[in-house]
Design a protein around this ligand. Structure first.
Ligand code: FAD
Length: 432
């Protein structure tokens, strides 16, 4: 394939247009930087649009004052709140969480272009040119061959840490010691459901009837129950219930097997509704499965600091905090059935240090990693991975890239005080 070195040079190049990448691109562009966002699919939103992940998991805690009054205290603010506000204004989100997927995609297009960032769809990052510990350019496979773009700062928002890997920066896969990752799940939507009757019949499909059907060997899905959400469209339900374990999301052959296995599980669940005559599903039809299977966990940066589950449970307030969260440590069993949770008490949260977003300086001086592939262990990843927290990490990464450019220093030397000040000025909450 022909390789073309473009004459385009950007202050910041972002790889991956999920919510993280959009937040990174928008925040850097709003700070006056020239930005290129490279995305392999044809739309923004990442897991939300490609894997149909839905809804936003809760991103607030509840605080109680001396008089016993309880208040909602939002932890993921800034760009995430802006997105929620805009979706609300268009009537496209319920309770701040249940968003319309198509409305989100359209809104994200407007956000990046409105901020002045350039977007390149259908472009898969495939190469990195590095001189000593500095990334000079990245290449992407496109319909016009392999295009190369030069940049000053690079932000990896690919979810799988693809840019870091191509840059020779160390990463870790899954949990210690066996490197198994959380299961993959193909989400799907079912239409023509009488939702009222379906939810009234919950004891049937979330109880004995489902257990009996499963015990009869009617599905290969190891998940313990049926996970379903009400989708904001008439008669439509969102299922997040298929489960594929013990496959490596960074191995394309494993990914292929996972897609086929999960598609089969979706069809099996439709048979369950029919065979067991679940009320409300008499006319139900499988509308579509997601374009791609959802990957909860894969490679994670081995960075300047590795945030751990222990840090989270201690609600550690790091001096260099750039984001906060309290989503439970939610581990879908990487080996089969079961899901474990550690819930944070009301009024508490942990912070994410900037050092978890950057490689060691000897590995790379101008790369930042954001989203679900930051430097975390398996447990910490199980909490920071939700869309609202990933969005705040992207926003912090965009600001940090901009600050390190303004100060003309490696990303490891960027003034954390300045990063935190800019984040606070733009409405973000960093947790300390
Ligand atoms: C099944 C499932 C259910 C979940 N449920 C919820 C939920 O209910 N609520 C919630 O808040 N979170 C949920 N999550 C977690 C959440 O969706 C993700 O962790 C989060 O969206 C990750 O965001 P990201 O931007 O880091 O990565 P992604 O959203 O994965 O975005 C990465 C982007 O990079 C692009 N990309 C990847 N590689 C390349 C490349 N080489 N070149 C160019 N582009 C590339 C991809 O196309 C994608 O657009 C769930 C996840 C899964 C898998």
């Amino acid at each position: 394939m022909e390789q073309t070195r473009t004459d385009r040079r950007y202050d910041v190049i972002v790889a991956g247009g999920g919510l993280t990448g959009v937040a990174a691109a928008v925040s850097a562009a709003r700070l006056g930087k020239t930005v290129l966002l490279i995305e392999e699919s044809g739309c923004l939103g990442g897991a939300a649009s490609q894997a149909l992940v839905f809804p936003f998991m809760p991103y607030w805690t509840k605080t109680t004052d001396g008089a016993g009054n309880t208040e909602k205290f939002v932890l993921s603010r800034g760009f995430l709140e802006e997105i929620v506000r805009d979706l609300e204004a268009g009537g496209n989100i319920l309770r701040g969480t249940a968003f319309d997927t198509e409305a989100l995609k359209l809104l994200l297009d407007r956000k990046v272009t409105g901020a002045g960032a350039e977007v390149l769809f259908h472009a898969t990052l495939c190469g990195v040119e590095k001189k000593e510990n500095t990334v000079v350019s990245v290449s992407a496979v496109t319909a016009a061959g392999i295009l190369t773009f030069a940049g000053s700062r690079f932000i990896d928002c690919t979810g799988d840490a693809d840019l870091a890997v191509l840059a020779g920066v160390p990463t870790l896969l899954g949990r210690e010691p066996d490197h198994l990752c959380q299961p993959m799940t193909l989400c799907f939507r079912v239409g023509n459901v009488d939702k009222k009757r379906f939810f009234e019949a919950k004891p049937l499909w979330k109880g004995e009837l489902y257990d009996k059907w499963k015990a009869a060997g009617k599905t290969s899905n190891p998940r313990e129950n049926v996970l379903v959400f009400d989708y904001p469209a008439e008669g439509v339900l969102h299922f997040n219930t298929t489960r594929v374990v013990k496959l490596d999301p960074t191995d394309p052959f494993d990914l292929t097997r996972a897609e086929m296995e999960a598609r089969k599980q979706a069809a099996e669940l439709m048979s369950f509704f029919r065979e067991c005559e679940i009320p409300g599903t008499e006319k139900a039809e499988l509308l579509y499965t997601a374009p791609s299977i959802g990957v909860r966990e894969s490679r994670m940066l081995d960075g300047e600091y590795t945030l751990t589950g222990k840090d989270l449970r201690a609600c550690t307030r790091f001096d260099d905090a750039v984001a906060a969260g309290n989503y439970d440590i939610d581990i879908h069993n990487p080996e089969g059935s079961g899901t474990s949770h550690y819930y944070f008490p009301n009024g508490t949260w942990y912070t994410v240090p900037y050092r978890a977003l950057i490689p060691k300086i000897s590995d790379c001086r101008n790369l930042i990693v954001a989203g679900r592939c930051i430097s975390v262990d398996h447990e910490a990843q199980a909490s920071i991975r939700i869309m609202p927290i990933c969005t705040t990490l992207g926003e912090a990464a965009g600001v940090a890239a901009s600050v390190s450019l303004d100060e003309d220093v490696p990303v490891q030397r960027a003034s954390v005080g300045r990063i935190r000040k800019i984040l606070a000025e733009s409405g973000a909450f960093t947790g300390i």
